[in-house]
Design a binder for this molecule. Sequence first.
Ligand SMILES: Cc1cc2nc3c(=O)[nH]c(=O)nc-3n(C[C@H](O)[C@H](O)[C@H](O)COP(=O)(O)OP(=O)(O)OC[C@H]3O[C@@H](n4cnc5c(N)ncnc54)[C@H](O)[C@@H]3O)c2cc1C
Length: 385
Amino acid sequence: MSESTDITEIRTAVRQLCAQYGEDYWLELDRTRGYPTEFVSELTKSGFLTVLIPENYGGAGLGVYEASVIMEEVCRSGAHAGACHAQMYVMGSVLRHGSDAQKQKYLPAIAAGDLRLQSFGVTEPTTGTDTTSLKTTARRDGDDYVINGQKVWISRIEHSDLMVLLARTTPKEQVSKKTEGLSAFLVHVGEAEGKGLEIRPIESMINHHSCELFFDDLRIPKENLLGTEGAGFKVILDGMNAERILIAAECIGDGRYFIDKASHYATERVVFDRPIGQNQGVQFPIARCYAEVEAAWPMVEKAARMFDAGEPCGAEANMAKMLASEASWRAGDVCMQTHGGFAFAKEYHIERKFRETRLYQIAPISTNLILSFIGEHVLGMPRSF
Ligand SMILES: Cc1cc2nc3c(=O)[nH]c(=O)nc-3n(C[C@H](O)[C@H](O)[C@H](O)COP(=O)(O)OP(=O)(O)OC[C@H]3O[C@@H](n4cnc5c(N)ncnc54)[C@H](O)[C@@H]3O)c2cc1C
């Protein structure tokens, strides 16, 4: 199926923007652990990072499908979308669950690029994937909530004005369902740091700006509760399908990037007096990866269309994320193999993308957890946890 003119125009415009930030720009940031401030600012000012914000709040009012195409193109250009992708889906928590006052206060400022909502605080060191067992608490005290606990792997918080935080307001033992008693809050990072919030960067395999957070009697005003107290799991969950679809689209972009690089190199590189791509042992793995990436894309499209139509799309979003992340990882591996020793040279850029795309089999949800969702919720097999 051919794409609409609008989508083709979005692709062209994003490609043009990304072309100004070549692969050397991303390599230098990776080396220095820098943040792509100029890139993120231009992506925001051009309206791409805020496409999901409705027009009455200053955004373009487009859907997750268009947003997916944008993130795919960003990744296909060689960029690292992980530096900025969260704004798209974290913002959905405010859009769908925020009060009118919160929407008026935050959404136009986010759309204008004056406020950054890039951070999402869920994961904890002792409970990991078992989100409903998280131990960070929020206790109501007068007009404030008082936060205590710890988070880990919270990305981009040093480059964000706001964070959506998930904490327990009612102990797990006192609720009938483990998903109850959790609440979501908007935290003003600048105001909180040093006054009950400590941020410690984690040195990690990729330049993802992830941090550990320590909360020690951090006070946040009750007006910063998102949605109703005790129903925060739903606030977070609603954003998760969008997150999975967008990350799946990024993996498609990574996969297409690897296949472009591998097929070019296999055609140009001459060993034993002929292009290495003439050998089917080199050519076939690339062709197989192409088939796998292109087969994953329709699932991403389907999930995005369902999300935009307001249909339940948990299974499709999960399947899209699993298929696309596995396809991009295999394409990265084949791209490395095709480049031989040069794959390890940083100036070829492949090893950076290879490291970056590996993340998506673990975060934001690991493949095992997706398989367990499909096994239990789609196929009706016994629950395992
Ligand atoms: C670079 C990076 C950035 C991140 N950014 C953020 C962020 O911004 N915000 C945020 O909240 N989190 C973030 N995360 C956290 C990420 O979402 C978690 O790492 C991920 O959900 C897995 O949790 P865990 O690391 O605790 O693994 P664990 O839960 O400890 O799991 C470890 C392994 O065991 C498997 N496993 C666990 N239980 C089961 C089971 N019952 N059945 C089968 N297999 C199982 C998992 O699949 C996984 O492979 C980030 C992580 C990384 C690495």
